[in-house]
Design a binder for this molecule. Structure first.
Ligand code: GDP
Length: 311
């Protein structure tokens, strides 16, 4: 039986990945941060191990004990906004801990496969769109800097023979997205406005354009990458970008609120020191070599999130 080890199993992607692998008959193990409450969405059938990923020695010992065939590194300080508040934590969790895990996996015997959740943030403020695997890596925030370091290390380990893949994931959303991300902040606030529990939606940069996909599709890319004959780097993206304001408009439309312009304002306190104007990815390589394709369109993603928040 194949055994998987997932860091970040309590997060949006971790819960979807655990469900998917269990359905595929995989024995699923996950690392849960000792101080964290377990997410109710983590399936009961997953075996959870308490620990702190930043304790590199303890994590390496755990990996040796679990002896997985597949390792998915999804644990991260996952938001760019939080990485500005605590750059040191972004570096320790997203970089140092990930590098330690990568080395621990490389030291395991047998054909062990490593999948790293990298990010479009490694491209910083790219000069052109869409980006692909050849786009220059030039991060502009602490989150992107840490992800870029691990992306490079995965490439080095792959060249040395490890089946290690770095997935350059663009923003991917679902009703499980925490409200610190703009999409869920919008859908939860629009639902609150629809219920009469809130009277305005206060955001930062309304013009930023992002490539928003459906999180379970991105988990499907992780599974495909792990089972591919050859490891590589892959952009995982829909290829379509929309502005934050487009997302707002689609959310109000789904909630049936037509006169919404006066309910939305931009507050400078939510602006970031640096923020890419547009991030949009070209996933041609993943489509061709992994047979991957996104299955849920933008308006439907917004709709599903609004419906979940209204319910
Ligand atoms: P990120 O791509 O991981 O940083 O995901 P976010 O959902 O946090 O941010 C996506 C984009 O939305 C960025 O360009 C933000 O600057 C922009 N944005 C605009 N208003 C807000 C807000 O109120 N909260 C957050 N989190 N992002 C906002």
């Amino acid at each position: 039986m194949t055994r998987a080890f997932i860091t970040g199993i309590t997060g949006q992607d971790g819960t979807y990945l655990a469900e998917r692998l269990l359905a595929d008959g995989v024995d699923v193990h996950g690392l849960v941060f000792t101080a964290d409450a377990t997410s109710p969405q983590v399936p009961d059938a997953a075996v959870l191990h308490e620990g702190d990923l930043t304790d590199v020695g303890a994590t390496a010992a755990l990996v040796r004990r679990v002896a997985p065939d597949l390792v998915f590194n999804l644990a991260a300080l996952s938001s760019v906004a939080r990485s500005w508040e605590d750059p040191d934590a972004a570096s320790r969790i997203n970089s140092t801990a990930a590098l330690g895990l990568l080395e621990a996996v490389a030291a395991l015997p047998g054909d062990v496969r490593f999948v790293q959740a990298s990010s479009a943030e490694i491209f910083g403020e790219p000069a052109s769109s869409p980006q692909d695997e050849a786009t220059p890596i030039a991060p502009v925030n602490p989150y992107g800097i840490a992800k870029a370091e691990v992306h490079a290390a995965v490439g080095v380990r792959r060249a040395a023979g490890l089946h290690a893949t770095s997935l350059i994931l663009y923003n991917h959303e679902s009703p499980r997205r925490p409200t610190r991300f703009v999409t869920r902040k919008i859908t939860s606030t629009v639902a609150a406005i629809a219920r009469g529990d809130a009277d305005e939606l206060v955001l930062g940069n309304l013009d930023a354009r992002r490539d928003w996909g459906w999180a379970p599709d991105y988990v499907d890319a992780m599974v495909r990458a792990a089972s591919a004959d050859v490891a590589d780097d892959y952009v995982v993206a829909t290829g379509e970008s929309h502005s934050v304001l487009d997302f707002v408009a689609a959310a109000f439309a789904r909630a049936g609120i037509t006169d919404w312009e006066g309910l939305v304002r931009s507050d400078p306190s939510f602006l970031r020191p640096a923020d890419a104007t547009e991030l949009v990815g070209d996933a041609s390589r993943a489509r061709a070599r992994l047979g991957w394709a996104p299955t849920v369109a933008f308006v439907e993603i917004v709709g599903r999130m609004v419906d979940a928040d209204l319910a």
